[in-house]
Ligand binder design. Structure first.
Ligand code: COI
Length: 358
């Protein structure tokens, strides 16, 4: 699968200026990748200027939500002109797992990585370099077949857009709402797939989060008992000095940041546990100061300390170490690897070859 470079994309790149103020997902890169799946195979990709796309009003994605996406990042260090991505093959593998769950075609490593490398190579000069900043990459695939019958689409589009980003959360720490009314995922469902529907289902709770002045929802399992994950991030706790997180299952997204943190903790001799914790037990552990810290982690959030858990009634339990000393230690360790400042002993960092001069 080739990627055709359109001259309009290069003109858009020449005009682009990286703003100072980035936040998350607000500034969009001026180019994007588009490829189509027709007659049972992926066609060549195009590198185009970022812009609106046309879609049939009856495209299946708009009615039945057949869609998947990934979140990944590219970095450029202060000392290096080249850029690199963090564990991109893990994203490729998870993309295919999501595709399978959603009845969509898989992509070969070359079909996924080829256009991705091309996009990042052209965007390298625009990757911000301050600590915690990066180029967020959003590959996604959606059903384009026009017909209202409920059946898997025969045609799909694959696109990659990118955004130079800073912090996902503007404050230093976050507060999470315990969601006791709705659930995010059920066994046998699609909770482990990175598909828009899981995020759409979380938005009703985002209204409550806003009303109560929190930042994210903490989801429980179908029995409304054990903690699972946040709306767009995995969840960690420090309990009796053990770095603890719920085990991944078909109701929890298998986070790449999550598994990297578990590995880094093991490398540093920090005890870890992947086990279920009931939310009421967790509240008591926090009150007894046995659970001293909690944090959110994900590609977008990196690692963000949680200072409190809040109930819809307004009841709040504050974490003893709400500023997250362990979270910050792990965050720095992870960022130093991601930003190319620490030796990459696990082979997590993949160099991107620079684009030809234009
Ligand atoms: C990511 O961390 O990449 C995600 O996909 C989460 C999203 C809610 C920003």
């Amino acid at each position: 699968m080739k990627t055709h470079i359109h001259p309009e994309a290069l003109s858009a790149l020449k005009k682009f200026k990286l703003p100072e103020d980035l936040a998350f997902g607000k500034v969009l890169a001026p180019i994007m990748i588009v490829a189509n799946y027709v007659d049972g195979k992926w066609q060549d990709a195009d590198l185009l200027p970022y812009g609106p796309i046309t879609i049939e009003p009856t495209a299946k994605v708009l009615h039945y939500g057949q869609e998947i996406f990934e979140g990944m990042k590219a970095y450029r260090s202060e000392t290096h002109s080249k850029s690199f991505m963090f564990r991109p093959l893990e994203n490729w593998k998870r993309f295919n797992k999501s595709a399978t769950r959603m009845g969509m075609p898989e992509m070969s490593e070359e079909e996924f990585m080829g256009p991705l490398n091309t996009l990042v190579s052209y965007l390298t000069p625009f990757i911000p370099r301050r600590k915690g900043e990066s180029l967020y990459l959003r590959p996604f695939m959606f059903a384009t077949e026009q017909s209202l019958g409920i059946k898997p689409s025969d045609t799909f589009s694959f696109m990659i857009v990118a955004s130079p980003v800073g912090s996902y959360f503007s404050g230093g720490t976050i507060s999470v709402l315990i969601e006791r009314e709705f659930t995010r995922a059920a066994p046998g469902g699609m909770g482990a797939a990175k598909t828009g529907g899981n995020y759409a289902g979380s938005l009703i709770s985002a209204h409550k989060v806003k009303k109560i002045g929190a930042n994210q929802t903490l989801w429980l399992d179908v029995h409304k008992e054990n903690v699972q994950e946040l709306s767009g991030m995995n969840f960690f706790m420090m309990i009796d000095g053990v770095l603890t997180t719920p085990p991944v299952s078909d109701t929890i997204l298998d986070g790449i940041t999550r598994k990297s943190i578990l590995q880094l903790a093991k490398d540093s001799g920090i005890p870890t546990a992947e086990k279920d914790i009931a939310v009421n037990e967790l509240k008591q552990l926090i009150k007894d100061q046995r659970c001293t810290e909690a944090f959110a982690c994900g590609t977008a959030a990196i690692i963000t300390p949680i200072d409190s858990l809040v109930e819809e009634t307004g009841e709040k339990v504050m974490l003893k170490d709400g500023n997250g000393p362990m979270a910050m230690k792990l965050r720095n360790h992870l960022l130093e690897i991601q930003e190319g400042k620490l030796a990459d002993t696990h082979g997590w960092v993949t160099l991107v070859e620079p684009a030809p001069e234009f």
